[in-house]
Design a protein around this ligand. Structure first.
Ligand SMILES: O=c1ccn([C@H]2C[C@H](O)[C@@H](COP(=O)(O)OP(=O)(O)OP(=O)(O)O)O2)c(=O)[nH]1
Ligand SMILES: [Mg+2]
Length: 164
């Protein structure tokens, strides 16, 4: 019989700078992200970026960070994304969470209304490390290979001709 896994929930303090903003919740069990809303009406012309307030400030425990990701539906329908995706919310940050939105659509403006869900916040455990300088790094299988060194950038025509 499989042992049941009980998820532990980490409490995070939240302070609303705007009383109308809902406390973020997860839309479905096991969702990674909880949506953030805009507290302003704003229009982004094609290619434009703007910093959007969300009306919330949080106090993450040490050892955690928040990451602001785009919402895929808005990205698909409107080309709306986050410039610095994922935006990093440090555990020590007590200011208002803001989202640096960008309109990647080449033709259409994106209209954001106050209360619209504009991005999602993913809270994760993070590590700090101590860097130790060495003259030669430990060996690895990958070595310095990167930027497509493992292949996978052949055209679709090439792969359908059996070059997988
Ligand atoms: O999308 C973002 C990114 C950052 N922040 C806040 C929380 C974060 O803790 C702080 C600093 O972010 P970051 O380190 O990315 O910015 P920086 O340009 O390096 O500024 P700083 O010198 O203040 O660290 O700004 C946001 O509200 N939204
Ligand atoms: Mg920084």
């Amino acid at each position: 019989m499989r042992a049941s896994i009980v998820a532990t929930v980490t409490e995070v303090q939240i302070h609303r700078l705007d009383a109308d903003v809902p406390i973020p919740t997860y839309a479905h069990p096991a969702d990674a992200g909880t949506d953030l809303v805009s507290t302003v009406d704003v229009t982004l012309e094609p290619g434009e970026r703007t910093l959007v307030p969300t009306g919330v400030a949080i106090a993450l425990p040490e050892g955690f960070a928040g990451f602001i990701h785009p919402r895929s539906g808005l990205a698909l329908r409107h080309g709306l994304s986050v410039v610095n995706t994922p935006g990093t919310i440090d555990a020590g940050y007590r200011g208002e969470i803001k989202v640096l939105l960008v309109n990647h659509d080449l033709r259409e403006a994106v209209h954001i209304a106050r209360g619209d869900r504009i991005a999602q916040l993913v809270v994760q455990r993070v590590e700090q490390v101590r860097f130790t300088e060495v003259d030669v790094l430990s060996a690895s299988v990958r070595g310095a290979g990167g930027y497509g060194s493992s292949g996978g950038h052949a055209s679709i025509e090439a792969t359908t001709e059996g070059s997988l």
